[in-house]
Ligand binder design. Sequence first.
Ligand code: PXL
Length: 279
Amino acid sequence: MKKVVTIQDISCFGKCSLTVALPVISAMGIETAVIPTAVLSTHTGGFQGFTFRDLTSDIPAIADHWKSLGLRFDGIYTGYLGSIEQVRIVSDFFGDFGREDNFIVVDPAMADGGRLYTGFSQDFVAEMRKLCSRADYIIPNMTEASFLLDIPYTEDYDQAYAEKVLRRLADLGCPMPVLTGVHFDGEKQGAAAYDSRTGEFCYHFRKTVDRTLHGTGDIFSSVFTGAVTLGMPLSQAVRTAVDYTADCIEATAGSFDEVWYGSCFELCLDKLIGYVKNR
Ligand code: PXL
């Protein structure tokens, strides 16, 4: 069986990070080990007064135990990381568990809508930039890409601009950057990726649903990680991740007011399994 380890927080309520990654990657038929980096009562996007228990100091101990067991993973996937120290420790984990024949996905989950999430600073961005340089794939949205590249944020751009951003992301040291939330008109939205080894770009779009839902980036990155683990080429991994994310958003469309804290991804897992089976 293929094995992935995902390193991110667990938000006890509000569907994102581990409560998304674990079911989604497992549904793709991949064993999913987890390192919870923190326990929060809710995610930080719109809830007030959430608790935050930092588990940073557990990470090296977990890594040491796993090293003693000789555990190996086909993929390492990191999402939301809560502090600069945590990013550094995850970087050490890459040193311990990264190999020639596995891959690293970094989702620099730290910003959206032109703004950093609560609790993050420019120093955190600088550390995340270093972590991205160690990944095979990074999956920023346009806000995160703008912070990583230190360029002004805009949602008014064309294909040439998206490709320039992707090239510059690759220049950070990650050979295959993926940009999410890409749109060139009001009709369609999706993702774009660049393989700097071949110079090829790929895109996949679905009809835009004009609402922002929390956790869709985590759905995308989880499916993308699973797809690459299953050996899908970059363009197919992007297509599968866009399609499932769009399925989830559409499945939530009737309940946007009720479930702003996450999408009804559970209702679409059968489709995801279908994408995997029919690949
Ligand atoms: O969806 C990304 C995410 C993950 N984990 C926590 C978050 C967020 C986004 O706000 O707050 C705790």
